[in-house]
Design a protein around this ligand. Structure first.
Ligand SMILES: Nc1nc2c(ncn2[C@@H]2O[C@H](COP(=O)(O)OP(=O)(O)O)[C@@H](O)[C@H]2O)c(=O)[nH]1
Ligand SMILES: [Mg+2]
Length: 472
């Protein structure tokens, strides 16, 4: 461990104590991390969760809500002055307007503080009077967690592994061809470095469009305010273990190292290491729809992401956590409103199986984990239709692209998750006997009764798992 890391860890540990009890009033703070790969549903989840905590009519499974223990809920200024505020109002306005739209996608960390006034139940509660609990919700891209693995790798190792992956990656050819024209030992030129990084970024984008999300660095596609800066101007190189001084390769190696110390480490120190509870959103249905390769990639990405929740695995993380841990982790298959409820159990079983390796790592770290199928914002209604003599359980909604009403039968998910996970692991090209459809539904028009938040599926159950024990 280098000294800088150690010092980071120590100061962070002291700050953590302050974090969890806000100010002199000893008001407890729960830091809830919300993550998942791009498009997994983070923004929609946070928007709907907050709306449903402000108006709790649809939260019967959150005990503190249905028992009346939560007396009031309100938004407050967040504690971190330099982190973007999660734009709750704009996202809700998009979802709840006359022509409802999904919110704009976001590209960096953001945060929102929701404060609850809770009246504890029971005799003790009656004596103590209401207290405040702050929930700091932190939204961050799951891709950034993948970068943790870079800390253990030299530039040569990373280059080697990444080039091996790209060799079989659709859409990586232009980068590989360009790379073949470059000698890493040639003198450094910024123009060459920029061109190289740009073609590498295109290869990453192509991989992402195929559902391949394992590629690092995670910031290349979600650069935020670092767009165009030298720390994001690098790419994997051949022969990276013998780069002469002053060469292009040496400079690129230096940038790779700068990325680790100036981008990856601060994220883990300032955001990740302060999280108490975590929800990991996974678009399992979307991955199944894309096919076996995308599903397998999702499985691997989740295992990698969840590796970050086992601080023992990495000296740097260990120094940040100092024995503290993320207490609860919920894996949620999102967008379950694409599926009739008769198939939700299958979706949850697939999610559990998909995350088995990832979960084993988190359990090992002592976190309490669970898997669920949810829809943060229900865009469909259920129906049963007759089709060629068969009676099918479908969902109906308005299509995002055309605005037309449509009924969707997404296909029959197997009772045994192995029926789709095994072919995915074996590298099958397509599903053998089935086809899984999804459609992009627009959010439904909302006419909410006073006291009700937006419609959802099991958002209350998710909130109970994540927060319930701290609201009693
Ligand atoms: N039907 C349905 N679609 C959803 C739901 N949540 C997210 N989506 C879809 O997934 C897209 C990405 O969601 P978003 O929250 O922006 O993902 P993020 O990139 O993880 O923040 C949205 O634009 C919607 O099309 C949901 O609960 N139901
Ligand atoms: Mg988002």
């Amino acid at each position: 461990m280098v000294l800088g890391d150690l010092a980071d860890g120590v100061t962070r540990g002291v700050e953590n104590i302050g974090d969890r009890i806000s100010g002199a009033l000893f008001e407890p703070v729960i830091r809830l991390g919300v993550t998942g790969l791009s498009r997994a549903g983070k923004t929609v989840f946070i928007t709907s969760l907050v709306a449903n905590l402000l108006d709790r009519g649809r939260m019967p499974q959150l005990i503190a809500a249905s028992s009346g223990a939560i007396r009031a809920a309100y938004l407050q200024p967040q504690p971190d002055d330099t982190v973007a505020r999660f734009d709750y109002e704009a996202h809700l306005a998009a979802l709840g307007g006359a022509d409802p739209q999904w919110p704009q996608s976001t590209r960096a960390v953001s945060e929102l503080r929701l404060s609850l006034k809770v009246q504890p139940t029971g005799i003790l509660g009656a004596l103590s009077g209401p207290r405040k609990v702050h929930i700091d919700i932190v939204d961050y891209p799951g891709e950034w967690l993948l970068d943790l693995s870079l800390l253990d790798k030299s530039f040569a190792q990373w280059s080697e592994e990444t080039r091996a992956r790209l060799a079989s990656q659709k859409g990586a050819e232009p980068f590989l061809e360009h790379l073949a024209t470059i000698d890493p030992a040639q003198p450094h030129s910024e123009e060459t470095a920029l061109k190289l990084a740009a073609t590498y970024r295109e290869a990453l984008a192509a991989a992402r469009d195929e559902g391949m999300s394992l590629a690092t660095p995670g910031r290349f596609l979600l650069p935020g305010e670092l767009e165009g800066s030298p720390v994001l101007t690098f790419a994997p190189l051949p022969d990276a273990d013998r780069l002469p001084r002053g060469s292009l390769g040496r400079e690129i190696e230096r940038r790779f190292e700068a990325y680790k110390t100036k981008v990856v480490k601060p994220f883990f120190r300032d955001h990740f290491a302060r999280i108490d509870r975590q929800i990991v959103l996974v678009d399992v249905l979307g991955a199944i729809h894309r096919g076996p390769r995308a599903l397998e990639e999702t499985r691997l990405a989740m295992a990698d992401i969840l590796g970050a929740f086992r601080p023992g695995r990495n000296a740097f993380l260990k120094s940040l956590f100092l024995g503290r841990r993320v207490e609860k982790i919920l894996f949620a298959a999102t967008k379950a409103d694409h599926l009739h409820h008769s198939q939700h159990a299958q979706l949850t079983a697939i999610t559990e199986a998909l995350l088995k390796d990832a979960k084993a790592r988190a359990d090992y770290a002592g976190a309490n984990t669970a898997a669920m199928s949810i829809a943060a914002l229900r865009a469909t209604t259920e129906d049963r239709i007759d089709h060629k003599g068969l009676s099918l359980d479908v969902v109906r909604g308005r299509l995002a692209d055309t605005g037309k009403e449509a009924a969707l039968y997404p296909g029959q998910l197997p009772q045994d998750p192995a029926h789709i996970l095994a072919p995915a692991r074996q590298g099958a090209g397509a599903w053998l006997d089935a086809d899984y459809q999804i459609m992009r539904f627009a959010p439904a028009r909302m006419t909410l009764r006073p006291g009700d938040g937006p419609p959802h599926i099991r958002l209350d159950k998710a909130a109970e798992f994540l927060l319930g024990d701290r609201l009693l």
